[in-house]
Design a binder for this molecule. Structure first.
Ligand SMILES: [Zn+2]
Length: 114
């Protein structure tokens, strides 16, 4: 039943449609790209903490690890990945987007590939 929606948004199967609905309707400043980049954990939508640079991400090693995994999936080498992570800037380009799971508290991050 999530199939149609999942075409547009990468939502895990264990996240109820009502959660996605809640996020897309009730999040202030919500934009289209964020719908694509929203992160989920423990079967629920994560809380968006805001843009983050490398400095901010260092407080969330799990979030950094997530970004490295993403890069690997895109075929980046490890030095390329580290260069990118160090160039992340909270107020500039590129920027990462920091989330935190409301249930287990794990830090999560997405990034703008541009
Ligand atoms: Zn969690």
């Amino acid at each position: 039943m999530l199939a149609m929606f999942s075409d547009a948004v990468d939502v895990p199967d264990d996240v109820p449609m009502s959660v996605v609905d809640e996020i897309t309707r009730h999040t202030p400043g919500f934009t289209a790209w964020q719908q694509d980049s929203w992160l989920y954990h423990c079967g629920d939508g994560a809380a968006y903490l805001g843009p983050a640079g490398y400095r901010e991400l260092q407080a969330f090693p799990e979030a950094l690890a997530m970004l490295r995994e993403d890069h690997q999936r895109y075929g980046w080498t490890q030095p390329e990945s580290e260069d990118f992570l160090r160039s992340l800037d909270r107020e500039g380009e590129p920027t990462a987007y920091l989330f935190r799971c409301l249930h287990c508290g794990m830090g999560l991050a997405s990034w703008d590939i541009g």
